[in-house]
Design a protein around this ligand. Structure first.
Ligand code: KIV
Ligand code: ZN
Length: 391
């Protein structure tokens, strides 16, 4: 793998599917897994096989349809979980077991009522056990975001010795600030013996709206894998949104980091996941929201009509959206009305546009948006005064 490639680990089918109401059946999981593979993700986390017979079945079917990506199954640091995951992954071309344990003081004290020594022992044992089944073993230090860096480094060092190929540093509670998360990754890069033999992975939750910023800070500081979901779905406020990190790295080439994602499939994939999971995409969602390339205020519309780049940093075609849209509202100006009228066949003179705009404002003040049918009605009014030439 090239030094500046960031692997995309998609967990839509695992962390994403944990969202209440987003449960998928095997058929739906297969359709999404095939699409993720076409999209170019490097790893698909297909589920948590020990959690239910349905999830076990889904993971064992997903491995059959995925052609390029590694397929991963989640486990706790529990032998039975690892055995069941290995069984579900047995037909995978590139299987990965993702095992781990909580490492923060609160997890150790309240969840396990245990000690740091015991957590390290269980972590090592889980990784070594998983290595009996697959070569590719990812270890997660749950709640790493709130884990003391020196202890985290010790855990990482020990699991690398046991054979972990990837070290997942989850900000499970979405607590970290970008600088803090980036510093954590840098600390691990500089203080874990053997770190050159493993990939550091960012798994950030969005409780404070910082999941994407934290993941980017992580890769800028040396991580080379981002764990994310389509549309940012996931536990509570969600996970890092795949489409966001991919486009950030694409739009900022000076970071000198890239992914293998075919960004032109992003919009379609977003809609497919939304429909299968019954989870609407908020209109103002970055990259894939309905308004991501829509312009409604007069000043912006005038700029975009003259040159798209005045108010857009992404070419909509790069993410699979045909074109930017000019939405007509009471805040729109003459340029936008003339533009939309021309699109549906009306070429207006300056005088006609003045008349049309007056009528348009009457419509726009009464309704949220003026649509093509309204423009036809407006043009009838204008035609009464002067004949419009049809473009
Ligand atoms: O958020 C988290 O810590 C997780 C782990 C299970 C990887 O999802
Ligand atoms: Zn998570």
């Amino acid at each position: 793998m090239k030094d500046n490639k960031v692997q995309i680990f998609d967990t839509t089918l695992r962390d994403g599917e944990q969202v209440p109401g987003c449960k998928l059946d095997t058929k739906q999981k297969l359709i999404i897994a095939e699409r993720l593979d076409q999209l170019g993700v490097d790893i698909i986390e297909a589920g948590f096989p020990v959690s239910s017979p349905g999830d076990f079945n889904a993971v064992s079917e997903v491995v059959k349809v995925v052609k390029n990506a590694s397929v991963c199954g989640l486990t706790r640091a529990v032998k039975k979980d690892i055995e069941v995951a290995a069984e579900a992954l047995k037909n995978a071309k590139r299987p990965r077991i993702h095992t781990g344990i909580g490492t923060s003081d609160s997890h150790i004290k309240y969840k396990f009522k245990s000690s740091q020594e015991e957590v390290i022992r269980r972590a090592k044992e889980a990784v070594s056990y998983a290595k009996n089944f697959v070569d590719d073993v990812e270890f997660y230090a749950e709640d790493a975001g709130r884990t003391d860096n020196a202890f985290l480094a010790k855990v990482c060092e020990e699991v690398i010795k046991s054979g972990a190929t990837v070290l997942n540093i989850p900000d499970t509670t979405g607590y970290c600030l970008p600088e803090e998360y980036g510093a954590k990754i840098k600390y691990l890069k500089e203080n874990v013996k053997g770190i050159e033999n493993a990939i550091l992975s960012c798994h950030c939750h969005n409780d404070l709206g910082l999941a994407t910023a934290n993941s980017i800070s992580g890769v800028v500081n040396g991580a080379r894998q981002i764990e994310c979901t389509i549309n940012g779905i996931g536990e509570r406020a969600g996970n890092t949104a795949l489409e966001e990190v991919v486009m950030i790295l694409k739009q900022h080439p000076y970071l000198n980091l890239y992914t293998d994602i075919n960004s032109q499939l992003l919009f379609d994939t977003s809609r497919m996941v939304s429909e299968k999971m019954g989870m609407l995409v908020q209109p103002n969602k970055a990259i894939v929201g309905a308004n991501a390339f829509a312009h409604s205020s007069g000043i912006h519309q005038d700029g975009v009509i003259k040159n798209r780049e005045t108010y857009e940093i992404i070419n909509p075609e790069d993410v699979g959206v045909n074109e930017s849209s000019i939405v007509l509202t009471a805040r729109s100006g003459r340029a936008a009305l003339a533009y939309r009228a021309k699109k549906i066949g009306y070429e207006l003179t300056k005088v006609q546009l003045d008349v049309a705009y007056k009528t348009f404002l009457e419509f726009a003040d009464k309704q949220k948006e003026v649509v093509d049918e309204d423009i036809h009605l407006i043009m009838k009014e204008v035609n009464k005064i002067s004949k419009i030439s049809v473009a």
